[in-house]
Design a protein around this ligand. Structure first.
Ligand code: ADP
Length: 159
C-alpha cells in the first residue's frame, strides 16, 4: 500500500491543485490531501470551509482522502503510514522554498521522501493567492477554479 500526503493551505483549492492530485493518484494507492491550519497565514477561508470545498470538488474518489493537519508534516505522514510527500512545482520561483522544506523534512524523518510533480503548462501560473486577488478585484475566476469555489469566492468577497 503506497500512501502519500499532499499538504497545503488550499485557500482555496484551484485547478492546479486538482491537476497535482490527479497525477499523484496515478503513482500512489492513496493520496491524503492534508489541509494545514497555519493561522499565521490568515487564510481567506476558515479551515472547515477549505475542507468542505475540497470535499465538494473531489467527491468520493477512490484513493483520495481529505484531512485537516496540525503540527509537523513528517509527524502527520508517519502517523498516517505515508512514505511520501507530494508537492507541486510550478516554476523556478517555487524551487528554493520547496528545496529547503524537502531537505529539512528529510533531516527530521529520513523515511519520508518528497516528490515533486509538474502541473499541465496552463496551470503553471496559477496560485490560490493570484485567484483571490483576481476575485477581489472583480475578475472572472471560473477558468481557474472549480465552480463551487468560484461561487464561494463570490459569496465571501460579496460580489
Ligand atoms: P502552501 O500554502 O503550502 O503554498 P498551497 O495550497 O498554495 O499551499 O499549495 C500546496 C501545494 O500545491 C504546493 O506544493 C504548491 O506548490 C502546489 N501548487 C499550488 N498551485 C499549483 C499549481 N497551479 N500547479 C502545481 N502545483 C501547485
Amino acid at each position: 500500500m503506497r500512501r502519500a500526503i499532499y499538504p497545503g493551505s488550499f485557500d482555496p483549492v484551484t485547478n492546479g491543485h486538482l491537476d497535482v492530485i490527479d497525477r499523484a493518484r496515478k503513482l500512489f494507492d492513496e493520496v491524503i490531501v492534508a489541509v494545514a491550519y497555519n493561522e499565521q497565514k490568515q487564510p481567506l477561508f476558515p479551515l472547515e470551509e477549505r475542507l468542505e470545498l475540497l470535499r465538494l470538488t473531489l467527491g468520493a474518489q477512490d484513493g483520495v482522502t481529505i484531512a485537516a493537519m496540525n503540527g509537523l508534516l513528517v509527524d502527520f505522514a508517519t502517523a498516517n503510514g505515508a512514505t511520501a510527500v507530494v508537492r507541486g512545482l510550478r516554476a523556478v520561483s517555487d524551487f528554493e522554498f520547496e528545496f529547503q522544506m524537502a531537505l529539512m523534512n528529510r533531516k527530521l524523518e529520513a523515511r519520508v521522501e518528497t516528490i515533486f510533480l509538474m502541473p499541465k503548462e496552463e496551470y503553471t501560473y496559477l496560485s490560490s493567492r493570484i485567484v483571490k486577488e483576481i476575485a477581489r478585484l472583480g475578475g472572472d475566476v471560473q477558468k481557474f477554479v472549480p465552480p463551487r469555489v468560484a461561487e464561494a469566492l463570490r459569496q465571501r468577497l460579496n460580489q
